[in-house]
Design a protein around this ligand. Structure first.
Ligand SMILES: NC(=O)c1ccc[n+]([C@@H]2O[C@H](COP(=O)([O-])OP(=O)(O)OC[C@H]3O[C@@H](n4cnc5c(N)ncnc54)[C@H](OP(=O)(O)O)[C@@H]3O)[C@@H](O)[C@H]2O)c1
Length: 303
């Protein structure tokens, strides 16, 4: 990459997880930057192309496709949907990036304690692998995404929202802020070989009952968060279609919220972007209509 910059050429950024929440927002931003972007996806046919963005089809069972997708890339944004394939797939992408000569990886990780809970343990394993490599990287460790509240849309509309998060505070972050920080980290030319971590949060912690209060105000009707035991909530999640793995992930999140483990506020988003992080209140207002009563809703969604 250094040589390419010296030649005045454009840098090439490979984006894994490009069709996902953070990845798609990142690709949209990079499309307006003077860089070339390869958007990695398992299904290039379903990917909408944008000017300056090339879809690159990958198949994790064929490692050569990963190296091929990364050919000529200077930097990699490494994201992956939550899955029990995450560790093996991300490690395969790291190996392919190194083989292709990438000099800096921006990895989407998660803020949280060392724990056996998924996906935190998965991220610990991937981070530890990356740390053994002689390559520059930026670990992005965001707190829980605000989008987690999107799961509450159906239940709030149906008057059945609840869970086992209690009154605990969690500092939710907007995925657009994560994408904005990822862009800054990918375009940062100062220390490509440095190895660093950014802890990313929104501007303040919020509890689920406080979210209910905000929704009551926005919707002009009473919204409550029903406190459930872990056992009751697990049963409800599984009964309404969640797999065992998804139920465990959601209960793990509720536990983290209940115990205030992600309540911390960092100034990193503000420091890097020169503006405050987007708030949960702003997100709720933006998505207000999704929480309105919908007569078509007949089944309970997992919260
Ligand atoms: N949700 C949270 O609150 C939170 C908080 C902190 C950190 N995180 C971390 O953020 C990451 C997720 O980011 P995101 O929400 O932007 O991702 P996402 O939207 O869930 O998925 C990103 C993309 O990963 C690709 N992918 C490749 N292999 C996959 C597989 N086996 N299963 C599922 N997807 C696969 C998919 O793209 P193609 O189908 O195009 O291949 C998908 O669009 C996870 O590592 C998670 O731990 C999440």
């Amino acid at each position: 990459m250094t040589d390419r910059r010296k030649d005045g050429g454009r840098i090439r950024i490979a984006v894994a997880g490009a069709t996902g929440r953070v990845g798609s927002a990142l690709v949209a931003r990079l499309a307006n930057d003077p860089v070339d972007v390869a958007a990695l996806t398992r299904n290039a046919g379903g990917h909408v192309t944008q000017a300056g963005v090339q879809p690159a089809e990958i198949d994790f069972d064929r490692p050569e496709t990963l190296v091929e997708a990364m050919r000529g890339a200077d930097r990699l944004f490494l994201a992956h949907g939550t899955s029990d394939r995450q560790v093996v797939n991300e490690i395969a992408l790291i190996d392919a990036a190194i083989a292709a000569g990438v000099d800096h990886i921006v990895k989407l990780s998660a803020m949280g304690p060392p724990t056996r809970l998924h996906p935190f343990d998965w991220h610990m394993e991937i981070e530890a692998y990356l740390a053994t490599k002689d390559i520059g990287y930026t670990m992005l460790r965001p707190s829980s995404f605000i989008d987690v509240l999107a799961r509450a849309k159906g239940p709030v509309a149906a008057g059945d929202w609840g869970g086992s998060a209690g009154d605990g505070l969690v500092n939710l972050i907007d995925t657009r802020d994560v994408a904005d920080v990822a862009r800054i980290a990918l375009l940062d030319d100062r220390f490509p070989s440095s190895q660093r971590a950014y802890h990313l949060t929104g501007p303040a912690g919020v509890s689920m009952p406080q979210v209910a209060e905000e929704l009551s105000h926005l919707l002009d009707r009473a919204v409550t968060y029903q406190h459930r035991s872990v056992a009751d909530h697990r049963r409800l999640l599984v009964d309404t279609g969640a797999s065992e793995m998804v139920a465990d992930l959601l209960l793990g999140l509720d536990r983290i919220f209940r115990e205030g483990i992600l309540a911390e506020t960092t100034t990193t988003v503000d420091d890097l972007l020169g503006r405050p992080a987007r708030s949960a209140s702003d997100w709720l207002e933006e998505h207000r209509d999704g929480f309105r009563i919908d007569p078509e809703i007949k089944t309970l969604q997992p919260s």
